[in-house]
Design a protein around this ligand. Structure first.
Ligand code: NDP
Length: 451
């Protein structure tokens, strides 16, 4: 996932679009231009000096080989790239303000998650027969925070654009926080003497691997289940980044159809996520993955900051959509939502009651364990197909002039194909001949007739 941040910086530099991510971006961009202008002047005068001196000292080949800056033949382009990167790295240094924003956000979620009412759901049965219990009050926590921030913004206590103005700083503050938290998790995990499935340390002895994948399955802090907490923080963070980007576009007077479509689709998706938060308790991440840097970084940094790329991009790019394009975009979203939610709900209902009707009929069940009706009779991971269509619908409002806003659907396609392969292997081992029978009946993995 570290490569994610490197890739991110790389993407920020694609086509010189250093200015689409943060809105301190504008000042950063201006700063870059000033530096560039200054550098050009500096270069010119230095070039003059060199020219003069080389004409005075004809034959001094060594100096010429050293280039106009005497830096081993580095070109002007290389130097400007360094300066752009330098300015970019500078804007990544978190200020106390961004640390405070992050601290208040994490603190609020910890308190709200512990005290607000919510349905208590039992998690999957662990190896030792124990079950964790999750209080699903994410929706209430989120709506309350939206309300509080809305009132705060009205009273001018908080700025609605604070996130959009400090995008890169917040990104790096969150990254540093993720590293710090996972180092603590590593130490706590190594010291744990617990024998239960949740907290039993799983140590390979390889420091990097143990830190990356984590040591404990469900570590807790002050009775808060950290894995559930971080995924909630990430999904909610995505909404708050989007809302701040929306506030910025209203403030700048650039709000348009594309931004409204993007914001509406994402908000519906995130609201839906928290409405069905209990479904999260039976997902692969919660059940099977230990809590290490991979998951913490994925939840806290990757989800909010990369899933919102389209919003940042729309802040700086104007897109005109035709009516047909808007209708097609809404269609992709609605179809995606129907398949995604329908498939996940069918599986969830089936696990609770294997006789529950699917699409009004008794379900077709293989070996008493696997559902082969409804979406699960069309493809073995129809839910991934729905998610991919949704991801595409979040990018389509940006048009097709740049690949940058398509980062999320492309990433998700790669992730879900990889995940489907891993899940397939796991299920083949767990269900054996029942799985083979399911594969025979439902030959398609994700997209019927194609994959
Ligand atoms: P699934 O919800 O598809 O869960 C897979 C598990 O379901 C299998 O391991 C098996 O577990 C069970 N299962 C598989 N087939 C059947 C069947 N026919 N009948 C009954 N049970 C079956 O996978 P994920 O947890 O990976 O994904 C959950 C959702 O989260 C998906 O919609 C996905 O798109 C989304 N997601 C989104 C991501 C993003 O970044 N936006 C990232 C990852 C996931 P068991 O052993 O319990 O039977």
């Amino acid at each position: 996932m570290q490569s994610g941040v490197v890739a991110f910086i790389f993407i920020v530099k694609i086509k010189g679009e250093t200015d689409w991510f943060c809105s301190s971006e504008l000042s950063l961009f201006k700063h870059c231009q000033t530096v560039r202008a200054a550098t050009n002047k500096q270069e010119l005068s230095r070039a003059e000096e060199v020219r003069e001196s080389s004409s005075l000292k004809k034959g001094n080949q060594a100096r010429e080989k050293g280039g106009i800056f005497g830096q081993g033949g580095r070109s002007k382009r290389d130097l400007l790239m360094d300066l752009d990167l330098g300015s970019l790295l500078h804007s990544l240094i978190p200020s106390w303000n961004s640390v405070a924003v992050l601290g208040v956000y994490v603190g609020y979620l910890a308190i709200a998650g512990s005290i607000l009412p919510g349905k208590v759901v039992s998690g999957a049965t662990l190896q030792d027969g124990s079950r964790l219990h999750y209080r699903c009050n994410g929706l209430l926590s989120m709506l309350l925070l939206v309300g509080l921030l809305g009132v705060g913004a009205q009273m001018e206590i908080v700025s609605a654009t604070v996130i959009s103005e400090r995008g890169l700083e917040l990104l790096s503050a969150t990254f540093i926080f993720s590293v710090a938290v996972t180092m603590m998790l590593y130490v706590a995990g190594r010291m744990s003497k617990d024998k239960g499935s949740s907290l039993r340390p799983h140590v390979t002895g390889n420091l990097i691997e143990d830190w990356w994948f984590g040591i404990q399955l469900n570590p807790q802090f002050l009775s808060i289940d950290l894995k559930f907490f971080f995924v909630r923080a990430g999904m909610m963070g995505w909404l708050f980044i989007n809302l701040s980007v929306l506030a910025k576009s209203i403030q700048d007077g650039t709000l348009n159809q594309s931004m409204i479509l993007y914001q509406s689709f994402c908000t519906l998706y995130i609201l839906d996520y928290f409405f069905y938060e209990e479904y999260m308790t039976s997902t692969w991440d919660i059940i099977a993955e230990r809590l290490g840097f991979m998951l913490v970084f994925g939840d806290l940094v990757w989800i909010p900051f990369t899933f919102s790329i389209q919003g940042w991009w729309l802040l700086r790019n104007n897109v005109e959509l035709t009516t047909a394009a808007v209708i097609a975009n809404c269609f992709v979203f609605l179809m995606g939502y129907m398949v995604f939610r329908g498939a996940n709900k069918q599986k969830h209902d089936f696990k609770k009651d294997p006789k529950a009707p699917i699409w009004g009929k008794a379900p077709r069940v293989i070996g008493g364990k696997l559902l082969a009706s409804g979406y699960w009779g069309i493809a073995r991971h129809c839910n991934y197909l729905g998610d991919l269509m949704l991801a595409l619908s979040f990018s389509l409002p940006c048009g097709i002039s740049s690949p940058v806003p398509y980062f999320y659907p492309i990433y998700l396609l790669i992730l879900l194909i990889w995940r489907e392969r891993r899940d397939e292997a796991r299920c083949a081992e767990k269900y054996r001949e029942v799985w083979a029978e399911y594969r025979r009946l439902v030959p398609w993995r994700i997209l019927p007739y194609l994959y």
